[in-house]
Design a protein around this ligand. Structure first.
Ligand SMILES: [Zn+2]
Length: 123
């Protein structure tokens, strides 16, 4: 049965976010990259420097970081502080990359889901 594209995108977002929040967590405690707040990774979010609407950087590890709800939602991502966290060079690279158009096939998305499932399992 063919999986709907929206389901693939949702599944990839979920597994990617899990991986980002857990990979640097110590005893399951993750730290917000823009304000330093620490909390259980399940209560933290995967924040994007360039918005998720840009598919070319949506699943780029260099474009994301752990954020608390306050920074990611209430403060709309704290983009300036996020750029400071990334460093100017990387921030500029992500800005340029976010403007590129990429074509991800359903099978590309499935490959990325599998890739991040494996990375999660090896943490
Ligand atoms: Zn924060």
């Amino acid at each position: 049965m063919k999986v709907k594209r929206s389901t693939l995108v949702k599944n990839l977002d979920t597994v990617f976010s899990q991986y980002i929040r857990r990979k640097d967590a110590i005893n399951e405690i993750a730290k917000c990259v823009t304000c330093g707040k620490e909390d259980h990774y399940k209560k933290m979010q995967c924040g994007h420097f360039m918005s998720r609407r840009h598919y070319s950087t949506r699943w780029q590890e260099n474009n994301v970081g752990v954020q608390c709800y306050g920074c990611n939602i209430t403060s709309q991502g704290q983009q300036f502080l996020f750029a400071k966290y990334l460093g100017l060079e990387l921030a500029e690279e992500m800005v340029l990359k976010s403007k590129q158009t990429i074509k991800l096939t359903d099978s590309d998305l499935q490959d990325m889901i599998n890739h991040y499932k494996e990375k999660l399992n090896s943490l």
